[in-house]
Design a protein around this ligand. Structure first.
Ligand SMILES: [Fe+2]
Length: 401
């Protein structure tokens, strides 16, 4: 995929023909509708600070985001991206399903200097930023170039700088993005960027969206929910309807061992269910454990594929919900093996398919010899599970897709 091509765009300003994509006018009309509903006079979008207060600005954001969720807006947005923007990026990219909108009023400062990578966006995510009203001087976004950003971030980390110091140093290196509607500024998740107090007499309104090369790390965003592939169905529920469910299962949560003690059952349940949704699992039952029995009879029952109705999977909150005793765990794996029940671990985003253990041994997937939980502490990353103390009941895990 074309990560390299995206990188070549960073720092540049792209142009597009505004006629087929009147996103500015569409947003301005809605601002007019909102202001009228509030009994305000509306003259020009860059003048809305004359009537908008910080409180009504929040209401305006809600109003605009609701509009930007309509098919009327998204149809133009999608055509714009797929025709006018992605031609600069090459093939094999996903784009943000719905853009963000920012309104920077005179006298206000919108955001501290930061990189998007700091807040969980994937390192190779590329940002596209376009002004709907003229963006200039202190009313616009200020961005530091990639090399200076890398050096600054390294310096911030080593010196343990506070936000005030980070803002001060970033400001010294940042340049204002001065563009009008019809232009798009490109930067990426490693670029330091932020805003200054708007000392102009002009409100800036801008929209932004992200582009990601397919199969690159989306960071903390859910690829399917946050990004859209060009030409694909746009509605998440419609997409799910097209791709059938792969699992019917139970949610299993147990706030007893290790860190799970600090996460109430209803939060664990919510995480199990969210993970199940991503795994295309229909939850037909939910269960916690018999608190007075250490061998986890309820999990044993579920692993056997038994519940109020037949199941082929269990969305377990964490590996820390397994029994402490190795023999008890082995009994659960054995129970899961014959019916082929897949045991998912939502918190660690792992699955254990004992029936396919041989495949994993010989396969090309990520293979982990996981001696399952027998500890009060566990370090987990997206691709590995480490435990402090191992036992002899090694099973194979594979990172959940
Ligand atoms: Fe940002």
């Amino acid at each position: 995929m074309c990560v390299e091509k995206l990188d070549t765009l960073v720092g540049s300003i792209l142009s597009f023909d505004t006629t087929p994509y009147p996103l500015d006018r569409m947003i301005f009309e809605q601002i007019g509708v909102f202001l009228k509903s509030k009994g305000f006079e509306y003259s020009a979008p860059a003048e809305i600070h004359r009537v908008i207060t910080p409180h009504s600005l929040n209401e305006l954001y809600t109003f605009l985001y609701a509009y930007m969720d309509t098919e009327a807006f998204l149809k133009v947005y999608r055509a714009f991206i797929e025709t006018a923007v992605l031609k600069y990026c090459g093939v094999g990219h996903l784009y943000q399903r719905k853009p963000g909108i920012r309104i920077h009023l005179p006298g206000a400062m919108t955001v501290n200097y930061h990189t998007d990578e700091w807040y969980g966006h994937g390192a190779s995510v590329t940002n596209f930023w376009m002004a709907l009203t003229p963006a200039f001087d202190t009313n616009t976004l200020h961005v530091v170039g990639v090399q200076d950003s890398l050096r600054l971030v390294d310096q911030f980390t080593r010196s343990k700088a506070d936000l005030t110091e980070m803002n001060r140093q970033s400001k010294a290196h940042a340049k204002p993005v001065e563009i009008c509607f019809g232009e798009i500024f490109v930067f990426n998740a490693k670029c330091v960027h932020g805003s200054e107090t708007n000392l102009t007499s002009s409100t800036r309104i801008s929209i932004d969206f992200r582009v990601l090369a397919e199969h690159e790390d989306p960071g903390n965003k859910d690829t399917e929910e946050y990004y859209l592939k060009p030409g694909r169905p746009t509605d998440v529920t419609q997409k799910q309807a097209i791709r059938p469910l792969e699992y019917v299962g139970a949610a299993y949560f147990y706030p007893r061992y290790a860190f799970t003690r600090h996460l109430r059952a209803h939060y664990q349940r919510a995480i199990c269910k969210e993970f199940a949704r991503k795994m295309k699992m229909k939850i037909v039952a939910e269960e916690t454990e018999v608190h007075t029995m250490v061998h986890h009879p309820n999990l044993l029952h579920l692993a056997s594929g038994k519940s109020v109705s037949p199941i082929n999977s269990v969305s377990i909150f964490s590996v820390a919900c397994l029994p402490l005793d190795a023999q008890d765990r082995k009994r659960i794996y054995t129970a899961a093996r014959d019916p082929g029940t897949t045991l998912f671990f939502a918190n660690e985003q792992l699955d254990i398919k004992l029936s396919g253990a041989k495949k994993f041994l010989a396969g090309d997937g990520i293979r982990l010899s996981v001696n399952v939980w027998h500890s009060r502490r566990c370090a987990v990353s997206s691709r590995s599970v480490r435990v402090d103390r191992c036992d002899t009941n090694s099973v194979m895990c594979q990172s959940a897709k």
